[in-house]
Design a binder for this molecule. Sequence first.
Ligand code: NDP
Length: 285
Amino acid sequence: MNTKLIDGKEIAKKKRSEMKSRVVELKRLGVQPHLAVILVGEDPASKTYVKNKEKACQEIGILSNVFHYETDTDERTILQKIEQLNSDPAIHGILVQLPLPEHIDAKKIIRAIDPKKDVDGFHPINIGKRILGEKSFIPCTPLGIIVMLEEAGVSISGKHAVVVGRSNIVGKPIGQLLLDKDATVTYCHSKTKNLKEYTVQADILIVAVGKSRLIKADDVKEGAVVIDVGMNRDENGKLCGDVDTLEVLPKVSRITPVPGGVGPMTITMLLANTIEAAKTVHKIG
Ligand code: NDP
């Protein structure tokens, strides 16, 4: 593998192996980390994500249960299930796979999850705590990016980080996390005029847009570190990121590939958050 590539697969493998040992220790203390996943409907991508999450849990010894509901299940049924999982002391983490069918209010569902079990970090309480710098669950993708930067030895303090994309699950939180690590942060989005004017200033460029190969060599600064969050299909149906990796590679100092970059880290951080939830409940440091 090109030494400029930040190998998410390898970092994820290392982290998962560390977590596996941690789970063994927890079991020795009588604690079995347990994740509950709620899936509504038959969206093929969601089903694949859930299957991958289950498999990842299994590999490191975390128990997982998937509650799969039909597309036309009413909101009340899901809320009742969440209530039951909230009060079940054996369950440490609750995840509702998004998107939900349109007749279900995703915001209401997320708010119903006990913040102490919100391993996706989407509950307003966790978002508020994160902004205040208090201990909270951090959404898995941005958390994975921070871990990757650390593992790759990229220093963040004093750097200019430009984040393209401002979604609640990736763009906004990653900017906040980088700010907390003393980066100077600029956010760009679909209404940003002359995007390139900003991206070429980035020491650390995070791209979370969802547009195949939007970022070209001309858009990046020489020596920049580029994190490509995008997961798209190009015109040939090939999986690709938001960055034109081949074009950009000679110019950057480090870059995450797609696939094999941010993707493997996301599920890994879900495992980390579930272990953390179990440790917190059982007051294990
Ligand atoms: P959203 O669609 O929620 O957000 C996209 C963001 O990109 C918006 O803020 C939007 O701006 C901005 N945007 C759209 N077009 C442009 C443009 N031309 N120039 C600049 N900004 C633009 O996407 P997500 O954040 O959920 O996901 C982004 C990508 O990351 C997707 O490809 C997704 O599949 C991938 N992803 C990958 C994960 C992984 O584990 N690898 C996890 C999560 C996401 P505005 O707010 O103005 O609309």
